[in-house]
Design a protein around this ligand. Sequence first.
Ligand code: AMP
Length: 112
Amino acid sequence: MTIFEKICAKEIPAKIVLEDDECVAFHDINPQAPVHVLVVPRKPISRLIEAGEDDRELLGHLLLRAAEVARRLGLAEGGFRVVINNGRNAGESVPHLHVHVLGGRPMSWPPG
Ligand code: AMP
């Protein structure tokens, strides 16, 4: 089980923002912005490249939940960034698909 599966199963504590049948959203333990939340599918897809056509609805759901997290945590007006790190060069460190929601400060582009 990945650490995120354990969080979804409530075997490891996390500061949960919202959850439903398909996903859990919780605060990142090492926040990179004033607001940094991870939206994690309960289904243990390793990373985006491993998602299939069967996951079409789930992937859309994760983005809608990311927007809901942003709304609930007051990021809708000021803006926020949504990030998925896929693989080594992107800095992926947990092999369980997750959508980062970052906000609460201005961000530069391109990302590092
Ligand atoms: P990534 O580098 O895209 O794979 O993102 C993994 C994220 O998971 C990092 O931002 C970590 O800080 C975060 N993380 C790792 N363990 C935990 C945990 N137990 N609770 C919350 N966030 C975690």
